[in-house]
Design a protein around this ligand. Structure first.
Ligand SMILES: Cc1ncc(COP(=O)(O)O)c(C=O)c1O
Length: 422
């Protein structure tokens, strides 16, 4: 039963009626979580986190010992399933207790240190974050930065690699902040390899939503978060290192600035089932179920579901009269950036949409766009109709002239054309 405690009015140290002597701090006002959370959950259609399947939610409610035979069994299977998702035979696959940024930091901090050189391919907030992390560990960082809303091309990278020698090249396959796809990633990775540099890839929104082939493309560190394409919970992330990257990590002589993110220490748990730190058990179990569902669906089918879903939604948004920020040729399907029409206030539209339609989408980092996510469970037809209607009606409420019916009809038409979509 919930205990209801009122804020104390008696001075500290005075006996309370409920018998708590000598407490200096008063009990704060208490609110049960149920009184804070919405009675009906909002539909999460932003740039992440995304809705999670029931199997993932159930696993997230379980705590078992983080060491021992049962966990060993879980980790063995989880690594095999993650290997499939990353398309790698490497056994240096690890979970990270932390956001995707922690997995990014793990890649950077293990592969770069003072005196090492990094080429950071910057298309927005998240790819820039890799560069910031590289600067923080003392690496010498050069940025290649196309104009906002455009990808880094293989030609740009070729020119940069011809001008200097680098130990590491970093990129975000999908730059969520503005909705750009770096589609030249396979060619860029080949260039990095031919120049002797390791390729670090942020696949936070792209893993399992579109093709990524770690081994075939020669990627050396690939990171992802739980709360995006995998449709798991936030706070437990994944990283995979190639053998080439592992050789660099093994032969490192510099001290590691991060204890928790030290890959050699982490491998004690993920490789040898020994203690590193107390693993985030429920998050790992949730990730297990999320990866199992990815494997059950199969990557080809899953990528196709994401493509059809996102492109149908894009068609609906445009038919309704909205304009998309990134040209089709390099538009990311996983997160769609929509130009804010006229001088409408995005925060007002988003807040109206949550209140009125129980649907949430995202704002942006300094750009005049709002963003709709197309990752994992977001790519289901019932969610598409709901978010399209809510978006159109909410902009309409603030005076933007849109043809919502035309948008919905176009969504229905494109989805029906791709009849295998569920
Ligand atoms: C492409 C990309 N990289 C990295 C991140 C950082 O993820 P987290 O917030 O879990 O650290 C995000 C989050 O939106 C992202 O979209």
């Amino acid at each position: 039963m919930t205990e209801t405690l009122k804020p104390r009015t008696l001075p500290p140290g005075i006996h309370e009626p409920n018998g708590r002597p000598n407490e200096r701090m008063p009990v704060p006002p208490l609110e049960p979580l149920d009184s804070i959370l919405p009675s009906e959950p909002l539909l999460l259609m932003g740039a992440g986190p995304v809705p999670i399947p029931h199997a993932v939610a159930r696993a997230n409610g379980v705590v078992i010992n983080h060491l021992g035979a049962t966990m060993e069994h879980v980790i063995r299977n989880l690594k095999e399933m993650a290997g499939y998702a990353f398309q790698t035979k490497s056994d240096k696959i690890m979970g990270v207790a932390g956001p995707a940024s922690a997995a990014m930091e793990m890649a950077i901090t293990n592969l770069l240190w003072r005196g090492r050189k990094c080429l950071c391919l910057k298309t927005g907030t998240f790819s820039n974050r890799l560069g910031e992390m590289a600067v923080a560990v003392g690496a010498d960082v050069t940025f290649v930065e196309p104009e906002t809303g455009r990808p880094v091309t293989a030609e740009m990278v070729e020119r940069a690699l011809a001008r200097g020698r680098y130990d590491v090249v970093t990129i975000a396959q999908g730059e969520t902040s503005c909705g750009v796809l770096n589609g030249d990633l396979p060619q860029i990775a080949a260039l990095a390899r031919s120049h002797g540099a390791l390729m670090v890839v942020d696949a936070v929104v792209t893993l399992s939503t579109m093709p990524l082939e770690m081994d075939a493309w020669g990627l050396d560190a690939v990171v992802t978060g739980g709360q995006k394409g995998l449709s798991s919970i936030p706070g437990v992330s994944l990283i995979a290192f190639s053998e080439r990257a592992w050789d660099v990590i093994r032969n490192r002589r510099e001290p590691m600035p991060h204890w928790c993110l030290d890959a050699i220490r982490a491998q004690r748990f993920w490789g040898d089932h020994q203690y590193h730190y107390t693993a985030p058990v429920p998050g790992i179990l949730a990730l297990y179920e999320a990866l199992r569902l990815v494997c059950e669906e199969g990557l080809t089918t899953r990528h196709e579901r994401h493509r059809v879903s996102s492109q149908s939604l894009q068609a609906g948004l445009e038919a309704m009269g909205l304009s998309l920020f990134v040209p089709l040729a390099y538009r990311l399907n996983s997160v769609i950036a929509i130009r804010i029409p006229g001088d409408v206030s995005a925060p007002n539209v988003l807040s109206y949409m949550s209140r009125k339609f129980r649907v949430e989408i995202s704002g942006a980092f300094g750009l005049d766009v709002v963003r709709i996510g197309q990752m994992g469970e977001q790519c289901r037809s019932h969610n598409l109709f709901k978010v399209l209607y809510a978006t159109g009606m909410s902009f309409g409420h603030f005076g933007v002239k849109l043809d919502v019916s035309k948008g919905l009809a176009e969504l229905e038409r494109t989805l029906t054309r791709e009849h295998e979509f569920e």
